[in-house]
Design a protein around this ligand. Structure first.
Ligand code: NAD
Ligand code: TDX
Length: 339
């Protein structure tokens, strides 16, 4: 297995994965990316051009996909519309890329018999109560809440059906919330860091008690490589690093690390349908593939991420104003500490 096609490789997790493969394998990588607002070729800057090639195109373009799939040994499929808030204002693009785009890839994979790994999210399982002792496992029933998570769930079900009905060589992984370098400024952690760096207030939705299960993006990359190389065909693996934290606690860590007071943020009206808590039980991945996350200390990973945004303003600044303009159309700032 030498030639890998990475869809969405100019996005946050895809670009980090391509960087990871450059360091931890001798694969040749082709990135297929539409370069939507979320894709940035600068995220691949500095990589060896003899080993990493960027093709700008759409995963729903069947002719392009077929030509590319036919000359690769494996596909790792990250490309997606990925932001819940956008899926509330413009769901069509989510159906087109996440569902139709995945279908187009699967048909080509079926035709050419290549290995396929599908990247998905823990959000397909819906949410948990704050005090629920259970975490998501590979057998938790699907129960997605948002247009984003419902289209990711749809894509997972397509992959499973193509395995069962057509015998394609596919694996799936559902990961928790990633953080690290090259994440778009629309997402929670980079938004707060870059708000502070731009002289604006950080913004917290709802009560701030919602819990996300954070994993460093490099640990997601090592998990995907392990599944790609050693995973059982047809199987789903949950990826997480025991990183549950409430949004308000993450907010206060960012404020502290950036030298601000604990209440120097704004309370914002809640996201409609806001999932309360995600939590992953990754013991299948740990036990079967001996995968261990490297970034066990969330505080250290967060400080490293803050340092990266401080040092890479040229990477994030061009997207900042447009992102905040989009948010300003729907967000309502609440007076005082109300919910
Ligand atoms: P991202 O939005 O940063 O990147 C998505 C990339 O896909 C962009 O480069 C974009 O240009 C590209 N793309 C979008 N539509 C395309 C199309 N039609 N054809 C080709 N390329 C297209 O997203 P991300 O956060 O890096 O997420 C990557 C994958 O990981 C997604 O499948 C997402 O569902 C999944 N995931 C993300 C997280 C997270 O915390 N960010 C957690 C679990 C799973
Ligand atoms: O400004 C904000 N303030 C805020 O309180 C933003 C942008 C978000 N939030 C909250 C909403 C969530 O509870 O922070 C939490 C994280 O929000 P996002 O970064 O938008 O992530 P989330 O909705 O949890 O989804 C992410 O994890 C799962 C990714 O965007 C998905 O692609 C992935 O599947």
């Amino acid at each position: 297995m030498k030639r890998i096609l990475v869809t969405g490789g100019a996005g946050f997790i895809g670009a980090n994965f391509v960087r990871h493969l450059s360091e931890h394998s001798d694969y040749e990588v082709t990135v297929l990316d539409k370069l939507t607002y979320a894709g940035n070729p600068a995220s691949l800057a500095g990589l060896d051009e003899r080993r990493v090639q960027l093709i700008v195109g759409d995963i729903a373009d069947a002719a392009l996909v077929d030509e590319l799939v036919s000359r690769h040994d494996a596909i790792v499929h990250f490309a997606a519309e990925s932001h819940n808030d956008n899926s509330l204002s413009d769901p069509m693009a989510f159906v087109q890329t996440n569902v139709v785009g995945t279908f187009v890839l699967l048909e080509s994979v079926r035709k050419h018999g290549v290995r396929f790994h599908h990247i998905s999210t823990d959000e397909v399982y819906g949410d948990l109560e704050l005090d629920d002792p259970q975490r998501f496992t590979e057998t938790t029933p699907y129960n997605p809440s948002s247009p984003y998570s419902s289209t990711k769930a749809s894509s997972d079900l397509l992959v499973r059906a193509w395995v069962r009905s057509f015998g394609i060589n596919a694996t799936l992984s559902n990961c928790s919330n990633n953080y690290g370098p090259f994440q778009h400024v629309e997402k929670y952690i980079p938004r707060q860091i870059t708000n502070i760096l731009s002289g604006a207030m950080p913004r917290l939705y709802g009560t701030g008690n919602n819990v996300r299960d954070w994993i460093h993006v490099n640990d997601h990359s090592s998990a995907v490589q392990a599944i790609l190389e050693r995973g059982t065909i047809g199987k789903t693996y949950l990826v997480g690093a025991d990183g549950e934290r409430s949004n308000i606690s993450v907010m206060r860590m960012i404020l502290e690390y950036m030298g601000r007071g604990p209440d120097e943020f704004e309370w914002i009206s809640d996201r409609p349908g806001h999932d309360l808590r995600y939590a992953i039980d990754a013991s299948v991945l740990r036990n079967e593939l001996n995968w261990v996350p490297e970034f066990q200390d969330f505080g250290a990973g967060l400080e490293h991420t803050i340092d990266w945004y401080c040092a890479n303003e040229a990477w994030w600044l061009p997207a900042k104003q447009q992102t905040e303009n989009k948010y300003s159309k729907s967000e309502i700032v609440l007076a005082g500490e109300s919910k």
